[in-house]
Design a protein around this ligand. Structure first.
Ligand code: ADP
Length: 647
């Protein structure tokens, strides 16, 4: 320890991860190498990327790579890269706290599922997996843009040390002091020290890191027959030679023929790309030829990342390569925001290597690629929907709200996105597609009914469903917050209007309309005095034919916001002007008839106003809202009850 050594404590969560890792019985310990090589490869990507805009970071033509070094006597395995390196602050932040979301998720899942040693393998706990095989780990690193280097050391026991380190080249060397085998590891093929052997390292690299684009190299010793002066082997004599062997083929997965890539290779590549521990739902691998040539390898995840709705993280997650060089990791011009969950790689060799973020944005070639990718992804969604309904349903539950953003973003002129959406429906508990809905429509049903609301329970209880239910017509129950926005664009499907039940006038036939209008004329006085009582809250009071069992309901005025939308906007902190909606009364309902009678007897009865307030409050409650003045509403109900109990 030098005078400058500082001891830090790990963040509590890191310590939790470490003790899970150290005490894990997980047998697949070799994944630590995959994780460390993957970190090294990321660090090389970062260097290459930063050096596009910062000439000083690396020499031109310099070779980038990853080296494995073995010190058999000291039982040390080193993984070295000449990548971006880390500053002192980065060391503390990256290795002392939980930097990666994958690790955080691992911890959450581990808390839920005790005794699940396989979790480590599924998640890959990144750097910390080193402690599965090592009882001491040191990281020596120098950042590409810094002169000073640092050494981080820990035994995984609650703290780590940081001190300055002299004489380091650019990049990072991770040294693992491979621990002695535990009792259960006495077999040579279980010992952590087997990772000192060349063939073991070769095997593990080939299995997990073959596609890493940088060479993973190692000095190997060969014994070859000794040669005499004429170059002929001397019998019985041999000599040791060392050579640098590259252990991985470095062939990017996407550049290989589709049929030759195994599922395991895809699984590894996906994990390398995403740090996602769950297998993807599906993949798309295709090349486009013509004036613009490119290859795409895209994965649709099966589980939503925790930050899917993080407003600061709405860019595409597909990386752009030009001639094997990673140009942009999350190239936002390759896919629109509503496909931000798609992960993968596009390589286009027709683009210049020196493209920058700025020029990419306006590049018509990228727009052309994007258009094609969107079409391919949506086609794939359609075929998943058709062929794997169960899986697709779970997928849509996770990603549906994001996919629907594509509709309100105006990217769905041809309804192809709408066609892959699933909606709750009154037609049973299974979600349905719009096309299935249309197929079930009776010949005389002209419009697609939808109803938005906060939850299935709330909308199912809505009085607005009464007349459609009575007619045996299906209603789509749109309970995703995003649905309100979707409806602003999704006004038609398959030539049929999509009409929210709570907006505008009810769909009614000519006879019904005439009858209603006559009634309204006849009881103009009553409707007028109810309206007067609710002057501040409603735009109109009218009769409706859309109710069966309930006396009243609130609907949006023509062009106005629905109650659900108003509540959503308020909740998201927006200043929405007070919306006056329409209170509709069911003229067939006994209560409404009673009001007609009361008005006939005493047009000025104060009970008319109170009834108006009660009906309005009740209608608000029925749609999952609350009366405007709950105290006053409660008082009116109490008075009413008092009347019925005592009177
Ligand atoms: P993840 O790789 O999933 O982000 P890790 O725990 O493996 O999580 O690593 C944490 C962070 O430490 C990385 O995100 C990276 O910033 C940094 N890091 C790890 N290894 C290296 C390396 N060889 N060179 C530079 N930075 C590294």
């Amino acid at each position: 320890m030098t005078a400058q050594t500082e001891t830090h404590r790990f963040e509590a969560e890191v310590q939790q991860v470490l003790s899970l890792v150290i005490h894990s019985l997980y047998t697949n310990k070799e994944i630590f190498l995959r994780e460390l090589i993957s970190n090294a490869s990321d660090a090389l990507d970062k260097l290459r990327f930063e050096s596009l805009t910062n000439d000083g970071l690396m020499e031109s033509g310099e070779s980038l790579g990853i080296a494995l070094e073995v010190d058999e006597e000291a039982h040390v395995l080193r993984i070295a890269d000449n990548g971006i390196g880390m500053s002192r602050d980065e060391l503390v932040r990256n290795l002392g706290t939980i930097a990666s979301s994958g690790t955080r998720r691992f911890l959450e899942a581990a808390a839920e599922a005790e005794e699940r040693p396989d979790l480590i393998g599924q998640f890959g706990v990144g750097f910390y997996s080193a402690f599965m095989v090592a009882d001491r780990v040191s990281v020596e690193t120098r950042r590409a843009d810094a002169d000073e280097g640092w050494r981080w050391t820990s035994s995984g026991d609650g703290s780590y040390e940081i001190e300055p380190a002299e004489g380091l080249g650019r990049g990072t060397i991770v040294s693992l002091h491979l621990r002695e085998p535990a009792e259960a590891e006495e077999d040579a093929d279980k010992s952590p020290r087997r990772f000192l052997e060349e063939w073991v390292l070769r095997d593990v690299v080939r299995r997990y890191s073959d596609f890493v684009e940088y060479p993973v190299q190692m000095e190997v010793t060969r014994s070859a027959p000794k040669l005499d002066e004429e170059g002929e082997p001397i019998e019985g004599e041999s000599e040791q030679t060392t050579e640098l062997a590259t252990l991985n083929s470095q062939k990017p997965l996407w550049s290989r023929p589709k049929s030759e890539i195994t599922d395991e290779e895809h699984a590894e590549f996906y994990r390398h790309l995403t740090h996602d521990w769950e297998a993807p739902l599906t993949r798309l691998h295709f090349s486009v030829e013509g004036t613009l040539e490119y290859t795409a390898l895209l994965y649709l995840p099966s589980k939503a990342p925790y930050d899917l709705f993080d407003p600061s993280n709405r860019d595409s997650n597909v990386s752009l390569y030009v001639r094997r060089v990673l140009i942009q990791r999350e190239c936002k011009d390759l896919l629109p925001s509503w496909l931000r969950f798609v992960r993968g790689v596009v390589e286009c060799n027709d683009l210049p290597l020196n493209v920058s973020r700025e020029t990419l944005q306006d590049d018509p070639r990228l727009r052309q690629i994007q258009k094609r990718l969107v079409k391919k992804v949506v086609d794939e969604l359609a075929s998943q929907l058709a062929e794997r309904r169960e899986e697709y349903r779970a997928f849509f539950e996770a990603f549906g709200p994001v996919i629907k953003e594509g509709i309100w973003a105006g990217d769905d002129d041809d309804s192809r996105v709408a066609k892959v959406c699933l909606f709750q429906t009154t037609h049973g508990s299974e979600p349905t597609t719009l096309s299935e809905y249309v197929e079930r429509m009776a010949d005389d049903q002209e419009i697609i009914h939808v109803l938005t609301g906060a939850s299935r329970d709330v909308v199912e209880a809505s009085p607005l469903l009464e007349s459609t239910t009575a007619r045996g017509e299906e209603v789509l129950l749109l309970v995703d917050p995003v649905d309100e926005w979707v409806l602003q664009r999704l006004t038609e499907f398959d030539g049929k209007k999509v009409v929210p039940l709570d907006r505008g006038e009810a769909a009614e036939d000519e006879d019904a309309r005439k009858k209603r209008e006559e009634l309204e004329k006849e009881h103009e006085g009553l409707l007028g005095s109810l309206k007067e009582a609710l002057e501040e809250d409603v735009a109109e009071v009218r009769f409706t034919t859309r109710l069966k069992d309930s006396p009243a309901v609130l609907v949006a005025a023509e062009g106005g916001l629905s109650g659900h939308m108003e509540r959503l906007l308020r909740r998201s902190g927006q200043d929405v002007p007070e919306q006056k909606r329409v209170l509709e009364l069911n003229p067939e309902h006994e209560l409404v008839r009673g009001l007609v009678k009361l008005h006939g007897v005493d047009a000025n009865s104060p009970r008319l106003g109170e009834a108006a307030e009660l009906l309005h409050g009740q209608a608000l409650i029925a749609e999952g809202g609350a009366p405007k003045d709950p105290r006053r509403f409660g008082q009116l109900v109490t008075d009413l009850l008092l009347g019925s109990v005592t009177g």
